[in-house]
Ligand binder design. Structure first.
Ligand code: NI
Length: 150
């Protein structure tokens, strides 16, 4: 377990498309653990691998109900709408209102290479959407109307 450096602001890696994880190796497991450590240390609720410099489709989330590791995550269902403040560990000092689906159902692999689905409302739905966006080079500021700089 170790902390990784979080890439910020105009780092070009944040704009690249991440590649699927083909095999859940020891390195992938170490990465997932490190990403959770890094996220907790930074007091975030989600982190995507490109934010620590690796273009892999791997995200971690904890909205207060325990850690979730999602490998090759895909949203398979979404419903409703919510508007709320959002921020990002890669964009320190920025927040803004983003429209997201209220409900999301997503599918991913876990660290044991098993497919699982997760359903989330509210903050969890928001976090899943935000982190999957990172895998596609999308930042929340692309979706926000008014960016608030602190
Ligand atoms: Ni983010």
């Amino acid at each position: 377990m170790a902390l990784r450096k979080i890439r910020t602001d105009n780092d070009p890696i944040l704009r690249k498309i991440s590649k699927p994880v083909n095999e859940i190796t020891k390195n992938v497991k170490t990465l997932a653990g490190d990403m959770l450590d890094t996220m907790y240390e930074a007091e975030g609720i989600g982190l995507a691998a490109p934010q620590v410099g690796l273009l892999k489709r791997l995200i971690v989330i904890d909205v207060g109900d325990g850690p979730i590791v999602m490998i090759n995550p895909e949203i398979i269902q979404q419903d409703g709408e919510q508007v709320n403040q959002e921020g990002c560990l890669s964009l320190p000092g920025k927040t803004g209102e983003v429209v997201r689906p209220f409900f999301v159902k997503a599918q991913a692999l876990n660290l044991d290479e098993e497919i699982f689905t997760i359903e989330g409302e509210g903050l969890l739905a928001r976090a899943i959407c935000h982190e999957i966006d990172h895998l596609n080079g999308i930042l929340f500021t692309d979706l926000v109307k008014n960016i608030i700089k602190e």
